[in-house]
Design a protein around this ligand. Structure first.
Ligand code: ATP
Ligand code: MG
Length: 746
């Protein structure tokens, strides 16, 4: 069935069709998982274009680059020969960066501004506090940085940040103002700025808002439930009351509360946009009946929700499988075997399978087990590559080529590798920059002239600046060629290749340096904007899921957050234990538990045909064995959706008392059939599993720990049980076995 504009609408039900054909004015499509929301968005875009709307007047916003790419492909497929060129399909952050490249001058930035990540922000904050006579340990800086983020997510500037009282060593308003000033001098924006600044500019400069409103007459937003206040402000500025704002979302899938997302946005939409049409979809097309019943059963336990009943015409299919392993290794081993079974006996391929988990580190054992069974797999955990010390070093150089005022990069690069510019020299240079009110790069010649820098440090700074200056000059060669030469000349390659640094081979680190140059070359060949600046931006804005190639026929291992919007024929969810999922931090916090439960709902609804949930009766956390109780989410599953051979198991009460397990000891689940976990545990190769190699880590890397959250490696101690000293964001320094953490991006 084609409509008058010639778009095939036969694959849509009546409500979906009504949404696609909706004429003008605001519309909210509020619907559960797998009901075809994203499908409606792509059909609507295609239909708008077919009916004569200029592609350049359409703006579609999503949350990951991967989702944006997929949306573009689907629209192109629907349009056939129609070229959707000019259409903007983007993430909020990428759009914000693009907007600020154009309008950043109003905020004292050039087109070449740098996007600062968490670490960079901390560097700036440290300088801001020091200027005001304050200093904080790493933990305090991190808490303060989070406060800045929170303020920005709420649509405000750093001046409005309210750090925890114990860390308010100087006036927060003054510190925030200084932070913003230093950001401006460094020609940098932080992630929060990418959203909040465009919103502010649009609100403050009506002519600008008019211009964009005239340009984007059609605005569509997928996953609307995850917008934060700043993103919503932005939408409101772009799309006033009666605009063609088309938002789709599911309040039950709001999983970014910790990043400021406000589920209220979706609940309030019909009040904010009075007269908005509200449509609901309740037919799920993705999952077999038992899977859907399981997801419905769990989410029904949340109190704060609009409530909707998803139904499906699909047959019930097979029931969920549950498995309780003796420990995490047994869990991994069993999952790897079960995946083999699905592939051998039920005709699934490894690429049909996703293993989802609450946190990245839960995949370590499974990676080993999959490797042992020869099953191809891909871990969606790509960003940690960019947190490696040698990669950060190279990035600092590249950033300076594009933006010499990037003080955070300057501080990192100027004495890497060492060229005699010690701490005192850097302090003097910093003081000169403060006195002159400029960046380090601008202050350096004055510092040299004034005699602040002498001897080796003077020579070091001079040669560094000269080298960057030459490499940055456009001599007709592509940037990658100049970068290649710069990395050799600077000594960075030699340093990376040095085997004496850390436990990892120098070869591996040098390889990483060249990987960056290769990636830059690819970018120069393939990207619409081949510039180095665009490369750096893209690197900054990629997320885990964007880096993974999920098309290669391999099992995908990823966090539930990364799996948002995706679907797989076979889904495993690991670690269904109190303290793991729900996460330890959410225990005892009603709102936190509700968000965990939404996350569980997202996980369950990724599955189309088969769904398997597993847990380990004991799991090593922080070098200590915990006997976690079965996750409350397992007890919330409707029994009729679960395969009956998984008999209820009494809680291991004696163990619970001894080990101080998490307090919620429902334990309705599950003794599994073969292979017996005890057998697995006597396998001699088995104990070596997951004895993760401390060599994967080096000082400076960010890591994640199930119980303590994110932290930074301070020291690495090798040996048969490699140990890391980690400075955790929340709780400070701890020694942890390397096998209990995983690389982390945040
Ligand atoms: P999520 O909440 O997970 O983002 P969603 O609501 O965006 O899900 P889609 O991903 O658009 O749902 O669709 C889910 C699945 O259902 C897809 O495989 C899609 O092709 C299929 N689907 C959607 N609508 C229909 C329909 N009317 N007929 C047949 N299949 C459909
Ligand atoms: Mg979707």
């Amino acid at each position: 069935m084609k409509d008058a504009a010639g778009v095939d609408l036969s694959g849509l039900n009546a409500v979906q069709r009504a949404a696609v054909l909706h004429d003008e004015g605001p519309l909210l499509l509020l619907a559960g998982a797998g009901t075809g929301k994203t499908r409606v968005v792509t059909h609507r875009i295609a239909r708008l274009v077919r009916s004569g709307v200029q592609p350049s007047s359409i703006l579609a916003l999503t949350f990951t680059n991967k989702a944006a790419r997929e949306m573009r492909e689907r629209v192109a497929a629907l349009l056939g020969e129609h070229d959707p060129a000019g259409l903007t399909i983007s993430t909020f952050h990428a759009l914000g960066a693009r907007f600020l490249r154009e309008h950043g001058t109003a905020l004292g930035r050039t087109r070449n501004f740098t996007i600062y990540d968490d670490d960079d922000q901390i560097g700036v904050l440290r300088e801001a506090l020091s200027y005001l006579g304050g200093a904080l340990p790493a933990k305090g800086l991190k808490a303060w940085r989070r406060a800045i983020d929170t303020a920005k997510n709420a649509g405000q500037g750093a001046e409005s940040a309210t750090p925890p009282l114990e860390w308010a060593v100087v006036d927060p308003g003054l510190a925030g103002a200084r932070y913003e000033l230093l950001m401006e001098r460094a020609n940098a924006f932080d992630f929060g700025d990418l959203i909040v600044r465009p919103a502010q500019l649009l609100q403050e400069v009506p002519a600008l808002a008019d211009r964009y409103r005239a340009r984007w007459r059609w605005v569509l937003v997928d996953e609307f439930q995850d917008t934060n206040a700043a993103q919503y402000d932005w939408l409101k500025a772009l799309a006033p009351q009666d605009a063609n704002l088309f938002v789709v979302g599911d309040d039950d899938q709001s999983i970014y509360g910790w990043r400021g997302a406000e589920v209220e946005n979706i609940l309030q939409f019909p009040h904010e946009y009075r007269g908005a049409r509200v449509l609901r979809l309740e037919q799920n097309y993705r999952s077999d009946g038992h899977i859907l019943a399981a997801a419905n059963g769990v989410i029904a336990h949340n109190e704060r929700r609009l409530g909707k009943a998803l139904w499906s015409e699909r047959a019930d299919g097979l029931r969920l499988e549950l498995f309780a392993a003796h420990d995490a290794r047994g869990e991994a081993r069993w999952v790897a075997e079960r995946i083999r079974g699905f592939c051998r006996e039920e005709g699934f391929a490894p690429g049909d399978v996703a293993v989802l988990m609450r946190a990245n580190h839960l995949s370590l054992d499974l990676e080993e087990a999959l490797a042992q069974t020869g099953t191809p797999y891909v871990v969606v955990r790509g960003r940690s590559f960019y947190d490696r010390a040698e990669v950060r070093d190279v990035m600092a150089y590249l950033r300076l080529l594009v933006n010499p005022n990037d003080d955070v990069a300057f501080r990192r690069a100027v004495n890497t590798p060492t060229r005699g510019v010690g701490r005192t020299s850097l302090e003097r240079l910093g003081a000169r920059a403060v006195a002159l009110g400029c960046s380090l790069h601008v202050a350096a010649p004055a510092a040299i002239a004034a005699g602040d820098l002498r001897g080796r440090s003077r020579a070091g700074v001079e040669s560094f600046m000269d080298m960057l200056d030459r490499a940055g000059r456009d001599d007709g060669r592509p940037a990658s060629e100049r970068v290649r030469a710069l990395l050799t000349e600077s000594g960075l390659v030699l340093e990376a290749a040095d085997d004496d640094l850390g436990r990892e081979s120098g070869e591996g680190r040098e390889g990483n340096v060249w990987r960056l140059v290769d990636a830059l070359e690819t970018h120069e060949r393939e990207a619409a904007d081949p510039s180095l600046a665009a490369y750096l931006e893209q690197v900054r804005l990629v997320s885990d899921i964007d880096l993974a190639d999920l098309s290669g026929g391999a099992v995908s291992l990823m966090t539930i957050h990364a799996a948002k919007g995706l679907e797989f024929p076979v889904v495993f969810v690991l670690g269904l234990e109190e303290g793991v999922f729900p996460n330890a931090r959410a225990l005892g916090d009603g709102e936190g538990i509700e968000e965990e439960r939404r996350l569980c709902y997202v996980a369950l609804t990724r599955a189309r045909r088969r769904l398997v949930l597993t847990r380990a009766r004991q799991r090593n956390t922080f070098g200590e064995t915990r006997h976690n109780a079965s996750s409350r989410f397992l007890s919330e599953l409707p029994p009729e959706a679960v395969e009956p051979r998984y008999l209820p198991e009494p809680p291991p009460a004696s163990r619970l008392r001894r080990s101080g397990a998490w307090p919620h000891a429902h334990d309705p689940v599950a003794v599994a059939p073969a292979p017996s976990t005890d057998e697995l545990c006597t396998d001699p190769t088995y104990d070596d599993f997951g004895g993760a190699d401390g060599g994967a880590y080096r000082p400076g890397m960010r890591v994640w720990h199930a119980q303590f959250g994110a932290g930074r490696v301070q020291r690495v101690a090798s040996g048969t049980r490699p140990t890391l000293t980690i400075d955790f964001d929340e709780i400070g320094e701890r020694k942890i076995l390397a096998s209990f953490v995983s690389p982390y991006e945040g």
